[in-house]
Design a protein around this ligand. Structure first.
Ligand SMILES: C[S@@+](CC[C@H](N)C(=O)[O-])C[C@H]1O[C@@H](n2cnc3c(N)ncnc32)[C@H](O)[C@@H]1O
Length: 305
């Protein structure tokens, strides 16, 4: 093996350990500010795979500006995320997201068109006042849907005994007010496009079991990290902006990890000849209460509440 590939192997193995340590200690990893196409490539090379990815890019309207190649760009991002996750929840305004419907890259498929409905959007324009955003639930054919996370105790018991005739999954319209003015004041961080935890939580509950992994590589103020933590899931988050990365650190009370500079640019050169290695999820999440059991596939399994 050449000196170069030995060095690359060492670099990747140290980074893997670093990520495992932060997951194990904090339940969440905040990566240093990076472009989504770089962070997704690095996680892929590290052998990380998650059950659920939240993908909430700028919307090609309003904050974040407009780009002519928006559809192609988002498809490139989806292609990059696809090997990393069983479920991908892609956000946008309906008239923009509609362009993706016929173009979803396989093996991802459209599971559901979700709508987040809010009544409290202020508006400066003359015309329809926006009251919804879309979230496309995309997933691989065998991805597990965790409808059990939405059942109450009685329904869970009936399910266990094969007596639940209809499984009442959550509705495809999520009704939660926009974080705006005094609404959700405790949650607001100052990020111009922050989603309520209660909205992201629903997606995480559908796409993961307790102790599983959530990714958000355009994470803004770190809402996915917060929602994952509140629900006893691990998460890895990253945003291109220094300002928003600092916001997420403050909000989650966790410092970003350091990454070797060689992994924060064009990684493919140094990764050449590297053998794929599966990332081992930690057995413990330092922030979770006791009473968890180590299960198959190095995942934590939790007793269902
Ligand atoms: C709609 S906001 C996400 C808001 C987030 N869901 C929350 O609740 O705070 C989009 C985020 O994508 C980030 N972003 C934009 N381009 C990016 C890129 N190329 N790579 C990584 N992040 C990017 C922005 O900095 C912004 O914080």
């Amino acid at each position: 093996m050449s000196g170069n590939s030995n060095r690359a192997k060492k670099l990747f193995s140290e980074t893997r350990e670093n990520i495992q340590a932060s997951l194990s200690e904090n339940g969440v990893v905040i990566l240093p500010p990076m472009d989504v196409l770089v962070s997704s490539r690095v996680l892929n090379l590290l052998g990380i795979s998650a059950q659920t990815t939240i993908l909430d890019p700028w919307y090609n309207k309003g904050v974040g500006g407009k780009r002519d190649d928006y559809v192609e760009y988002i498809l490139t991002v989806l292609n990059a995320m696809q090997p990393l996750s069983e479920h991908v929840f892609l956000w946008g305004f309906p008239e923009i997201v509609a362009h993706f419907i016929e173009k979803i890259p396989p093996p991802l498929q459209l599971r559901c068109w979700l709508t987040w409905f809010y009544k409290n959007s202020p508006s400066m324009i003359r015309g329809w006042r926006s009251a919804q955003m879309t979230c496309l639930h995309l997933s691989k054919p065998d991805a597990k849907m965790h409808v059990e996370n939405f059942l109450n105790e009685v329904q869970l018991q009936k399910l266990k005994h094969g007596k639940l005739r209809f499984i009442p999954g959550p509705p495809s319209v999520i009704e939660e007010p926009l974080l705006c003015g005094f609404v959700g004041r405790n949650e607001q961080t100052g990020h111009p496009s922050q989603k309520p935890v209660a909205v992201i939580e629903r997606l995480i509950l559908m796409g993961t079991a307790r102790g599983e992994l959530v990714l958000d590589l355009m994470s803004g103020a770190g809402t996915s990290g917060e929602a994952a933590y509140n629900n006893e899931r691990f998460s890895i988050i990253c945003d291109i902006s220094e300002e928003y990365t600092a916001m997420a650190e403050k909000r989650l009370g966790v410092r970003r990890i350091a990454l070797p500079s060689a992994l924060m640019g064009k990684v493919d050169g140094i990764a050449e000849g590297l053998e794929p290695k599966k990332f081992r999820m930690p057995f413990k999440n330092g922030r979770l209460p006791a009473g968890i059991e180590a299960g198959r596939d190095h995942q934590l399994t939790f007793l269902m509440k």
